[in-house]
Design a protein around this ligand. Structure first.
Ligand SMILES: CC(C)(COP(=O)(O)OP(=O)(O)OC[C@H]1O[C@@H](n2cnc3c(N)ncnc32)[C@H](O)[C@@H]1OP(=O)(O)O)[C@@H](O)C(=O)NCCC(=O)NCCS
Length: 182
């Protein structure tokens, strides 16, 4: 496996990357149609950068980075690994590549939003406004392995939520990590 700059890859590789946004997300949900997914690939490459894990001509996964706050913060978006290649370290390698490139471009903070649009965590269908710090502290996976567990393994910390981001009771979970600290 190699990690390459998606921008420099032939159209067929970029098309596979777009297709993965439609096919490889189940929970949380992915992109509804290939046209929207193609637009996403173009936008991420235009506004930030994208890296793909490839094996010969097959895309195993890819990750994007987008600048915020004048480039002091970079958002990890999107990230996807082929379902038949998960749990083998590819996601971890892609995140490491994202963090390295974001830091090179001046990021102090890596951030991301990981949606809970299908009641996978204790934050779903909960009155978050009542006592938000308590809900964040008590964040639990309800048994279907929400990706926040993956990001937590990689050192990301929950830094907030957006209530009802995906509809009533379906929040986005914000996670961040400091880059370049000693
Ligand atoms: C989330 C995703 C990118 C993880 O990719 P991956 O290649 O399977 O991850 P890795 O194998 O590098 O996992 C790194 C560690 O996290 C753990 N991990 C990975 N996914 C996990 C999950 N869903 N729940 C709990 N732990 C998980 C792995 O077991 C591994 O732990 P270890 O280092 O102790 O062995 C992948 O499952 C995916 O593409 N999911 C669908 C799209 C998606 O949800 N993207 C994120 C949206 S915000």
């Amino acid at each position: 496996m190699q990690i390459v700059d998606l921008e420099e890859q032939p159209a067929g590789i970029r098309e596979q990357a777009a297709r993965m946004l439609v096919d490889e997300f189940v929970e949380p949900r992915g992109w509804p149609a290939i046209e929207k997914a193609r637009e996403e690939v173009v936008a991420v490459i235009r506004d930030g950068f994208a890296r793909a894990a490839v094996e010969d001509d097959l895309v195993l996964g890819w990750i994007g980075g987008l600048p915020e706050y004048h480039g002091r913060v970079w958002e990890l978006h999107p990230l996807v690994v082929r379902s038949d290649r998960r749990r083998r370290g590819i996601g971890r390698a892609l995140v490491a590549s994202f963090e390295q490139e974001a830091a090179r471009r001046g990021a102090l903070t890596a951030t991301l939003g990981t949606d809970d649009d299908s009641a996978m965590t204790s934050l779903a269908h909960t009155r978050l406004y009542d006592d938000l710090p308590r809900h964040i502290t008590g964040l639990r996976d309800l048994g279907r392995s929400h990706p926040f567990l993956f990001y937590r393994k990689l050192g990301y910390v929950v830094t907030g939520v957006m209530p009802d981001a995906n509809g009533r009771g379906k929040p986005d979970i914000y996670m961040s990590k400091a880059l370049g600290e000693e």
